[in-house]
Design a protein around this ligand. Structure first.
Ligand code: ZN
Length: 484
């Protein structure tokens, strides 16, 4: 709200109370949506690491114009229509390692709170009923309108209305709080008449009822600042006379290969699209959080491949530290580097969640420790200290535990069930077609073939596995394999 970075501390409650606008469940989420949810996840994870308890609410918008239109077109009740996308949304959150908020209220389950809030506004003559039975918010009654987006709405035209969410960029209009049903549309019978809530009132009502009239932080994508968040502020502060949210956090948009993501550009990706093309869930998570939330990011496939390599390097490093067998004496300079990394990691995240600097601090530590381990100068104590820093890192970044195969397998299963397996790349289908046991058996056969000097067969197995995306590595510790 102030345009400045300010200390974020809970006020008047045991836990920090935060609200983040959730999805409208009418389709699968795209990577731009998930970038926002991922950065909110980084925030809540980092707060917990700092010992700050969080009470986090994220709404599910399960009724709106698009949902009604799509459900009608599909000839389904809205509940049946939205359930499928709501389930998919939670599966996608899990695939990306995004924690569930403490509360995930559905709009359709909080209609009475919305009605009450509109009635409070009506009692102050701020909400009014139009000829068609819909209720509107009278912007002229809220002089602070625009204070978040810093838009100057000179000469607000009293009574000019907008009943859909298609706002002109710089125009303030009385907006719909409650929409009267049109013939054939679903609605709720309430004191306001038969209808359904407008989108903005949902968030005001659910935030108010679950977090209180005034809370610590409100988050969302940058596109929500105006009109959605301005409208939430107008509704809530007009009704309560209190500051709605003490802090605001808006996650910037992403570009894909330098362009705005759009279906017509052919650069529009859902999480599922990427998994079916063989990209790993952990790499997608890491790439989307590696650029700090306040900066626009450019999503490229080159950067996605680099993210996968970085994660491989970290996981391999973590395994190396876990295997142990290092020197008895600790290396003082590695110890200093480890302590420095831990400090810089925390300081970077404390500074407006600078994820890029936080990750760079860890990379620096990995480099120093690998160099020392290669030279035989790393101590067992160093490894233990490094592992503690990696654990701290992963509390926030959550990329070291390898669940990638499981997530890709789930995406393939979904594609099969939906008749969309044709969208998966053939390499992914082939790779996932081999079970771990089948790979182990082939690896064992190859080892046996080498022992009997049947190199043709051994090479044949290696080539066969490689074609199916499985890489065999011979090392002095034995044979290891991994999926590409
Ligand atoms: Zn909202």
């Amino acid at each position: 709200m102030t345009g400045k970075i300010e200390p974020l501390e809970p006020v008047g409650a045991a836990a920090l109370r935060m609200y983040a606008c959730g999805p409208t469940v009418y389709d699968y989420g795209h990577i731009g949506n998930f970038r926002t949810f991922l950065h909110v996840d980084v925030l809540r994870r980092f707060l917990r690491l700092q010992g700050v308890a969080v009470n986090h609410v994220m709404n599910i918008t399960d009724v709106d114009d698009k949902i009604i239109r799509n459900a009608t077109a599909a000839d389904k009740p809205i509940k049946e229509y939205t359930e499928r996308f709501e389930r998919a949304f939670f599966e996608d959150l899990d695939a990306l390692g995004i924690e569930r908020p403490e509360h995930v209220p559905r709009a359709t389950e909080h209609i009475p709170e919305m009605v009450t809030l509109i009635e409070r506004l009506a009692a102050k003559d701020i909400a009014y009923k139009a000829e068609d039975g819909s209720w509107y918010f009278r912007i002229a009654k809220y002089p602070e309108y625009g204070k978040l987006s810093k838009k100057d709405f000179d000469g607000i035209e009293d009574g000019a209305r907008v009943d859909v969410d298609e706002y002109e960029k710089d125009a303030a209009r009385d907006f719909a709080l409650w929409k009267a049903v049109k013939p054939g549309e679903p609605g709720w019978d309430t004191a306001l008449g038969t209808g359904r809530p407008g989108w903005h009132i949902e968030c005001s009502a659910m935030a108010g009822s679950l977090l209180g009239e005034s809370f610590d932080l409100h988050a969302g994508g940058e596109d929500l600042m105006f009109p959605h968040h301005e409208n939430e502020i107008a509704q809530s502060e007009s009704a309560t006379g209190k500051t709605f949210a003490r802090h605001w956090m808006h996650v910037r948009f992403l570009l894909v290969e330098g362009k705005k993501m759009s279906k017509s550009e052919g650069n529009f990706y859902t999480l599922r699209d990427l998994l079916l093309k063989g990209h790993r869930a952990s790499a997608i998570r890491y790439l989307l959080i590696s650029v700090p939330y306040r900066h626009q990011m450019n999503f490229t496939f080159e950067a996605l491949a680099a993210a996968a390599n970085t994660i491989d390097r970290w996981r391999t490093f973590q395994q190396r530290m876990l295997r142990g067998g290092f020197a008895a004496e600790a290396n003082a300079s590695v110890r200093t580097a480890t302590e420095k990394a831990a400090k810089e990691f925390t300081a970077a995240l404390e500074n407006d969640l600078n994820t890029a600097e936080a990750a760079a601090a860890i990379s620096e530590m990995v480099r120093a420790a690998n160099t020392s381990a290669d030279a035989g100068t790393l101590g067992d104590e160093n490894a233990a200290e490094i592992l503690r820093v990696l654990t701290m890192f992963d509390e926030v970044f959550a990329v070291l535990v390898d669940r990638d195969q499981e997530m890709t397998a789930a995406a393939l299963k979904w594609a099969e069930a939906e008749g969309r397996i044709g969208e998966a790349s053939p390499e992914v289908v082939a790779r996932m077609g081999l079970s771990d046991e089948e790979i182990e058996a082939l690896v064992a056969e190859r080892t046996q073939a080498k022992k009997t000097r049947n190199f043709a067969r051994a090479d044949g197995i290696r080539a066969e596995l490689l074609a199916k995306g499985v890489i065999i590595e011979d090392s002095k510790d034995g044979v290891r394999w991994k999926r590409k």
